[in-house]
Write a new protein. Structure first.
Length: 276
């Protein structure tokens, strides 16, 4: 029986196994999908062992290993190379190939939420991205493919900015100067960023400044109660839960040969789990 895992820190809390098991049942497929929790100090020792497991067909890679995993792959596709991060690994005759489906997940999640709500992004001039990890790089790549003319990226530091047209890097303490021009603001930062004074200041200033035209907000974290979306008009919010679902769909197809159904029933199931 083909099996796959999601790998990362705190992967035991991931909703990915629920998504895959829902699709197994929905499409009458015999497959297994679980999690492997790895800390950073043991990553180099554990990954080679996992890759040798019998019947392994693929892995989903999550925080903080989307860049680090590349060293263990035989190849990566063009999208992953352009993005500089891998979230999906597939076993092939030539070995393990890495790709990135996060950027597809972001695009498709926006489309799905626009179709199922009143929230629509009508202007695509400037986007702001908070954070510069693997998910952020995929979202930046996606934004560059969908017509945003300017992408401002805010982070504590930058190790390497990919050569993507129209990107402007900034430190977090500059963030308050640019919200007035944003059409879409995206948070990809981990929860420990919540305590960053620059983000706290942004939150209070953003609420109180009536001259700022409220943009749309997207939180790549799929917890509904994160600090970020609390400060946006609820009609203009996009939730990362949908990105999680839509990035999983092409992985499922790669590994099990079936294009899975994304429906309201699945979304309701996952939202109910988040609300517990």
């Amino acid at each position: 029986m083909k099996k796959a895992y999601v790998i990362g820190i705190n992967s035991s809390k991931s909703l990915s196994p629920t998504i895959f098991n829902y699709w197994f049942k929905k499409h009458n497929i015999k497959g297994k999908y679980g999690f492997k929790e790895i800390d950073e100090k043991n990553f180099n020792n554990i990954i080679p062992t996992i890759l040798k497991e019998k019947d392994l067909c693929g892995l989903n890679i999550t925080i903080p290993f989307k860049e680090k995993i590349i060293d263990y792959l035989n190849s990566i596709d063009n999208n992953a190379e352009q993005i500089g991060a891998v979230n999906c690994i597939s076993k092939t005759k030539e070995g393990f190939e890495g790709t990135n489906t996060d950027w597809i997940g972001f695009q498709e999640s926006i489309k799905w939420q626009e179709e199922h709500s009143t929230s629509k992004i009508t202007k695509k001039e400037t986007a702001i991205v908070i954070g510069y990890g693997g998910a952020a790089k995929a979202i930046i790549y996606s934004l560059s493919q969908t017509g945003f003319k300017k992408i401002r990226v805010f982070n504590r530091s930058f190790s390497k900015i990919k050569d993507i047209k129209n990107i402007s890097p900034h430190k977090l303490d500059e963030i308050k100067n640019y919200f007035g021009e944003a059409d879409l603001v995206i948070n990809t930062a981990p929860t420990n960023y919540n305590e960053d004074p620059n983000l706290k200041n942004f939150n209070s200033n953003f609420i109180e400044d009536k001259n700022i035209c409220a943009p749309h907000g997207f939180d790549a974290c799929y917890n509904h109660n994160t600090f970020f979306l609390d400060h946006f008009n609820q009609r203009k919010c996009f939730f990362g839960l949908h990105m999680l679902i839509h990035q999983a769909a092409p992985c499922f197809y790669k590994w099990y040969g079936v294009k899975p159904k994304i429906d309201v029933e699945l979304v309701n199931l996952l939202e109910a789990l988040l609300d517990k």
